[in-house]
Design a protein. Sequence first.
Length: 216
Amino acid sequence: MALVSPSLLAADFLHLDSEIEMINRSEADWLHLDVMDGVFVPNISFGFPVLEAVAQRCIKPLDVHFMIVHPEQYIDRTAKLGAMMMNVHVEACRHLHRTVQEIHNAGMKAGVTLNPSTPVSMLEDIIEDVDMVLIMSVNPGFGGQDFIENTLTKVARLRRMIAGSGSKALIEVDGGVHAGTAPRLVQAGVDVLVSGSYVFRSATPEHTIHELRELK
Ligand SMILES: O=C(CO)[C@H](O)[C@H](O)COP(=O)(O)O
Ligand SMILES: [Co+2]
């Protein structure tokens, strides 16, 4: 069984209120929020005014995924939202260890995120200090993309790295997670599934979340 963190990126932005009410009623464990700056990734999503409105209404722990340069500049504002998890990209952080420390000092859990082409070995010297590793299974910037199959090899490699260290880091996978890919990810030992389009474009999103959580 894996936790489920639906990605709000695929929600109907004209009806965010009812989308968040759906998440609140559902069995979703967390809510995944994708922040994009048009620099680190070739797309712009939403920023703090939207995050603040969502945080006021959502009762689920917030799992914020920053796809931005200099995420360290936004640690205090993210903590003020009451966010549970702040995910920063390894590729965006010049001083990753310091950023992880600052996220912890601000009272949040620290997630480190890997692009599809970034090897798991980049984490060897920080794995014991992080609460979660977010493996991107698509190139970041857009929802609705096809799952990259090499993700399963990466998950297995990361599982071995975690087992061989004192780390208790969770493994989260994000991108192209649906009925065709989620069972294999759960089998491979993924702890948290992020799913955007598959959940929000479903005719019965609450049931879709329930089904993802039931996978063994
Ligand atoms: O970080 C992301 C994109 O960069 C999103 O969380 C991800 O793409 C989820 O969308 P989908 O489930 O539709 O692939
Ligand atoms: Co994401």
